[in-house]
Design a protein around this ligand. Structure first.
Ligand code: KMH
Ligand code: ZN
Length: 279
């Protein structure tokens, strides 16, 4: 059992609407404030989606680069850019995310139904993105929305070798309508399907947040929380700040005798290379 818990915050996502969810951080200033609060609460990684001036999801390269710089300047968090984007984003735009030079990025290991939409990740895209992460030394986090995605991860590692940083870390994204359910039996099956030596985090979408969190802590996993994944703190009580989700995860991790992993330890754990500007 690991003695610390890596906590990732996913504060924004591409799906929630700012007009319906005013607490969602969508501007760079809001994101930086959120990042600082979440680091203070115990997060070590931030999974970043950005929005344009109208709060719509965007993969604009300059905005992404500015976001990476601002988060690096104001926090020690590992900056993990989403290469998933929104379901409407092109493969070319999703590959170009790496030009913003993040520490890490998400890499989803297969296509999945996503509510009424389809989140497309064909093999040709997965392998191109993976090779780009290797070339650019960006640490991928393998996002698994379904059990079949674990089989694709085995194929990817078998054909192309280990990731940048040398360590395989996965994130089980559970409870997406169309993906694997967010329950403990499925969590156990997904963990059993991972490559030997891989570590993993888990997040449960919506009302599966708490069952997945409790299951992950008990099974030796790490945690992802944030308003990308859930907008309710409890039944009938909306999330007011991402940091309250991190605070709750950190408290449960401490109760489990696996306190939050500091960002410096997380860099070593994930094999993140040092991109901080030298003084
Ligand atoms: N917004 C979803 C379609 C990722 O960030 O890599 C994809 C997603 C996964 O959020
Ligand atoms: Zn995401």
């Amino acid at each position: 059992m690991p003695h610390q818990t890596l906590i990732t915050v996913a504060p924004t996502g591409a799906e929630a609407d700012k007009s319906a969810v005013p607490a969602l951080p969508v501007t760079l200033d809001e994101l930086v404030v959120t990042a600082k609060e979440c680091q203070a609460a115990g997060a070590a990684v931030i999974h970043v989606h950005i929005r344009d001036e109208a709060a719509r999801p965007t993969l604009d390269r300059d905005r992404l680069a500015d976001t990476v710089s601002a988060l690096r300047e104001s926090t020690d968090l590992i900056v993990q850019l989403s290469t998933g984007g929104a379901v409407t984003d092109s493969f070319a735009a999703r590959l170009a995310v790496l030009e913003a030079d993040p520490d890490a990025c998400s890499l989803t290991c297969g296509t999945v139904n996503f509510g009424d939409d389809v989140f497309a990740n064909p093999w040709s895209f997965i392998k191109e993105l993976y090779q780009l992460t290797q070339d650019r030394r960006v640490v991928p986090e393998f996002e698994l929305f379904d059990l079949g995605h674990a089989a694709t991860l085995h194929r990817l590692l078998g054909e192309f070798g280990p990731p940048a940083g040398g360590h395989v870390h996965c994130d089980l994204v559970m409870g997406v309508p169309g993906g694997m359910p967010g329950d403990v039996a499925t969590l156990a099956a997904a963990v059993a399907a991972l490559p030997a030596g891989a570590t993993w985090s888990a997040t449960g979408i919506g009302r599966t947040t708490l069952p997945v969190m409790f299951g992950a802590l008990g099974a030796g996993g790490h945690l992802r929380v944030g308003m990308e994944d859930t907008l309710s703190f409890a039944r009938g009580r909306p999330v007011t700040r991402n940091a309250e989700l991190v605070e709750r995860a950190a408290e449960l991790a401490r109760i489990a005798q696996r306190p939050p992993m500091p960002a410096a330890d997380a860099r070593a754990f994930l094999g993140v290379i040092d991109r901080q500007p030298q003084p």
